[in-house]
Design a protein around this ligand. Structure first.
Ligand code: HEC
Length: 429
């Protein structure tokens, strides 16, 4: 499993960047995804070491959350506008909407965190890790209330079941059921390593296995059914809020939609954005979100499997209002990739990045009211056509190491020149 992921990550990095104008927030595959109970906010975690907080209704990145040294493998949305990220660095980090500094950073594991879960009211937080253990902490205090030690391999997935018990799934080919009263866990044995787990509302849960199957497990820990969902390992699994459907993804295959009652694959997602690394249902169950190797978050009709488009707006019409003919230039087209995170006017809502109003001639890190990264504040650069152009020729990570801006480049010199023309005209009004 670890090997597969490392291999795939390298393969994806080696793939040349496709069409520049594709809108994307992340600089690497979207490894983890969660939708808030309000159905509007969402959080994604990536191999690019950042998490992004999204406004789904507007297709905007609200904040780039950086507190991990390594990929962000797991994300979680809690009731009340809080979010959690878990990373390759063993850290579990608590965030609140509207703040891009963490509320708390904990390090419950010495190995990569693979999964996160919360109980129904969000007061308890569970993390599963490749140290073979899981940890349950109190969300508010960060105090560890229980350590789950029994697995003999990576713990890849974890969930709170509706009865209060916790279920874990491991590469050791077992799932464990940890009763809420702290008594000895029950072991459920399988004939294949487990990568993923999803709780159903009735107390049952499903696991996704390395042999491509999805198995159902009863609340008392018996395997009650099995469906072949893929030819390759299942790496992500999500249950619809009503518990009637499961979505199962594998890095080499597509996403299978499974009817839980009949244990049949009813639809297979076909379209862009495959392979899929992460899955999440909207709270109303109608939309399925996927995070993919193409670095985008996409939405799908959860019933028909139809692709509905990328989360970020196809055309930022409101950004281009008042720009007249400028809005239809090549430069405006290239700028679309920036509009996810930047505005052109001084008084627009904050996005994940600072406003670019009057960017040329401005010292780096000087937009009023924007919370820059430490690295950015120390930069001794004045933005000009040349410096901004260079930024996207070699990429933010090389030009401004330590920046919050996810890695991206504009490779074609003509596109860069067109983008500079556009910025010159559009940011000086
Ligand atoms: C996913 C979000 C995101 C995207 C997409 C993005 N940026 Fe940024 N950008 C940021 C963030 C965040 C910062 C601030 C970095 C920091 O504080 O480390 C930033 C900073 C900048 C700055 C420096 C601003 C200043 O005040 O010093 C410029 C210029 C810039 N971006 C231009 C662009 C352009 C042009 C594009 C499109 C080609 C783009 N950005 C795409 C997030 C983004």
């Amino acid at each position: 499993m670890r090997k597969t992921i490392v291999f795939l990550a390298l393969a994806l990095i080696a793939t040349p960047a496709s069409a520049q104008q594709d809108l994307r927030g992340h600089g690497g595959p979207v490894r983890a995804l969660a939708i808030a109970p309000d159905g509007v906010r969402a959080i994604s975690g990536s191999f690019d070491q950042s998490a992004i907080l999204w406004a789904l209704d507007r297709g905007r990145a609200l904040a780039i959350l950086r507190a991990h040294d390594g990929s962000v493998n797991a994300v979680l949305a809690l009731p009340g506008g809080r979010f959690v990220t878990g990373g390759e660095d063993g850290r579990v980090v608590l965030w609140r909407t509207g703040e891009d500094k963490p509320l708390r950073v904990g390090k419950p594991h010495d190995a990569p965190v693979a999964a996160l879960a919360a109980n129904a009211d969000g007061t308890l937080l569970a993390s599963a890790a490749w140290d073979g253990e899981a940890s349950i902490i109190e969300t508010d205090s960060g105090r560890e209330v229980r350590r789950l030690v029994a697995h003999k391999g990576n713990v890849n997935a974890i969930a709170f079941l509706s009865g209060g018990a916790v279920a874990t799934a491991s590469y050791d080919a077992t799932a464990r059921l940890w009763p809420a009263d702290g008594s000895t866990p029950k072991t459920v044995e399988f004939d294949s390593p487990l990568n993923a787990l999803a709780a159903l509302p009735d107390g049952r849960f499903a696991v996704g296995a390395a042999d491509g199957s999805v198995r159902l497990v009863s609340a008392d820990g018996r395997e009650t059914g099995k469906v072949e969902a893929s030819q390759s390992p299942i790496t992500a699994l999500a249950a619809s809020p009503d518990g009637r459907a499961l979505a199962a993804a594998s890095p080499r295959g597509s996403v299978a939609l499974i009817d839980v009652a009949s244990l049949r694959v009813t639809k297979t997602l076909t379209g862009p954005g495959l392979p899929v690394w992460s899955l999440a249902y909207a709270p109303d169950g109608r939309t399925l979100f996927t995070g993919g190797g193409d670095r985008l978050v996409r939405r799908w009709d959860a019933r028909t499997g139809e692709h509905l488009g990328a989360v970020v707006a196809e055309r930022p019409a409101d950004d281009f209002a008042g720009l007249g003919a400028l809005a239809t230039t090549r430069g405006a087209e290239v700028y679309r990739a920036c509009a996810v995170c930047h505005t052109l006017h001084p008084d627009d809502e904050n996005r994940a990045g600072p406003t670019l109003h009057r960017i040329f001639g401005r010292k780096a890190g000087a937009a009023p009211g924007y919370n820059y990264s430490e690295a950015f504040r120390k930069l001794e650069i004045v933005w000009t056509r040349e410096t901004v152009s260079r930024l996207f020729e070699i990429g933010p990570q090389a030009y401004t190491p330590g920046t919050k801006m996810p890695e991206q480049t504009v490779n074609d010199p003509e596109d860069r020149a067109a983008l500079m023309d556009f910025l010159e005209a559009a940011t000086s009004r």
